[in-house]
Design a protein around this ligand. Structure first.
Ligand code: FES
Ligand SMILES: [Fe+2]
Length: 415
């Protein structure tokens, strides 16, 4: 990884100045400063990332009491647990004694978490169970020394967390997409595959790349052959409208096409972005696969292939592209100033059997292929924007409009 030289005069004051300058240039890409500044990165974590709802996992990953999984953001680690009563918790993986990580395995099952350092013991809900020999300390109160917690919202099998205990409620915004998302019955879906692409680039470059499809025609030949999203709407409106007209009847799902868009500054609460739109595939394609043919049994309540795909956003850094026979979740997590984990999760119907109902290679081909292409262009983008000679250019008013919404929200949130 290349290191970014810190500006010698970088400071919160400089960041404020840069935000004001950037706000005066709407419709333009953002200044390289925002990709290079360590001050900005720390502010992004505290003001955006740790105040937003983020997908942390799926209920099928922790089905039993004592199951847990780790989720890393930046330099932090969270333990997502299920307790004996079936409740899901998000615990900060930091011992309340002197701060050691209490859990190292990425997944597992246990009754308690025992800190490897001095042996404090925590329950699955984070409460402190035992602190060796600390009874000699007058006033030692184990009730206030449980692992710190993040907020949790489980919606249709998807576990979301938010580190801000005072964060806006996420449930009500999510209810707006209950009908179209419910079509896939994600609560009972099966994870067919998960893959994390670690990209040596700032997290915003990875997210920005996902938020626009201006690059799809040039960078993603396989994707562009199937998805109308790579074209201006006027050129493909007849395809999309025909799909929208037949979708409910073919899929058998009422509300499968219902659009909703409240993202970034328009979200119902900070970090509560929720959107859905159904867009068309070029005929006669059924799904997002190498040849456009189905790759798995229909999901959930879907009864047929309407030639459409549901495009969802849930929180600022989590999106989903849902085909009738499989769903693809995307999550962008900053690990450092120039390091990002792009995680993809492929879901199939709950009773689908690998090797019988689907071939994992075929199921995952398109988005592994497309993501490898993204990795390539994002790393080139990173090299360019990290040059002191980069001068941000104008954005496309249609294709890159979501990017502009992101920038507006982002600049506001930084300050
Ligand atoms: S740091 Fe965990 S018990 Fe001391
Ligand atoms: Fe892309």
């Amino acid at each position: 990884m290349k290191t970014i030289a810190t500006d010698v005069d970088d400071s919160v004051q400089k960041m404020m100045r840069m935000v004001e300058l950037q706000k005066a240039k709407p419709g333009y890409a953002i200044d390289p400063y925002f990709y290079r500044s360590h001050v900005v990165y720390q502010k992004e974590l505290s003001e955006l990332i740790f105040r937003s709802w983020i997908y942390a996992g799926h209920v099928s990953e922790i089905p039993n009491a004592g199951d847990y999984l780790l989720f890393e953001i930046g330099e932090d680690s969270f333990i997502i647990t299920r307790d004996a009563e079936g409740e899901v918790h998000a615990l900060m993986n930091i011992c309340r004694h002197r701060g050691a990580r209490v859990c190292e395995n990425a997944t597992g099952n246990c009754k308690t978490f025992v800190c490897p350092y001095h042996g404090w013991v925590y329950n699955l809900d984070g409460s402190l169970r035992a602190a060796r020999e600390m009874d000699v300390l007058a006033g030692f109160d184990d009730a206030v020394l449980g692992l710190k917690r993040a907020r949790v919202e489980v919606f249709m099998g998807m576990i979301y967390i938010n580190c801000d205990l005072g964060a806006a409620d996420f449930r009500a915004p999510l209810e707006n997409i209950r009908q179209p998302l419910g079509a896939y019955d994600l609560e009972h879906a099966k994870i067919a595959h998960k893959e994390t692409f670690r990209v040596e680039a700032n997290w915003k470059l990875c997210l920005e790349n996902y938020l626009e499809c201006y690059h799809c025609a040039t960078s993603h030949r396989a994707y562009a052959r199937l998805h109308t999203f790579k074209d201006p709407y006027e050129k493909v409106s007849h395809i999309v409208e025909a799909m929208l007209a037949r979708a409910e009847e073919i899929t058998g799902v009422e509300g499968v096409v219902t659009p909703h868009r409240k993202i970034f500054a328009d979200a119902e609460g900070f970090g509560c972005c929720v959107s859905h739109d159904r867009y068309g595939l070029y005929e006669p394609h059924q799904t997002g696969s190498e040849d456009g043919n189905a790759v798995a049994p229909l999901m959930g309540h879907m009864r047929g292939y309407d030639g459409g795909a549901g495009d969802f956003q849930m929180g600022p850094v989590t999106s989903m592209l849902n085909y009738p026979d499989h769903c693809v979740l995307y999550r962008f997590i900053p690990l450092g100033l120039t390091s990002t984990d792009m995680q993809i999760v492929w879901f199939v119907n709950g009773d689908a059997v690998e090797g019988v109902d689907y071939d994992k290679e075929k199921l995952t081909w398109l988005w592994r292929h497309t993501t490898a292409e993204d990795e390539y262009i994002i790393s080139r983008n990173s090299a360019g924007v990290n040059s002191q000679f980069f001068e941000p250019g104008p954005l496309h008013p249609g294709f890159e409009s979501t990017l502009m919404s992101f920038y507006d929200w982002y600049l506001e949130a930084l300050t």
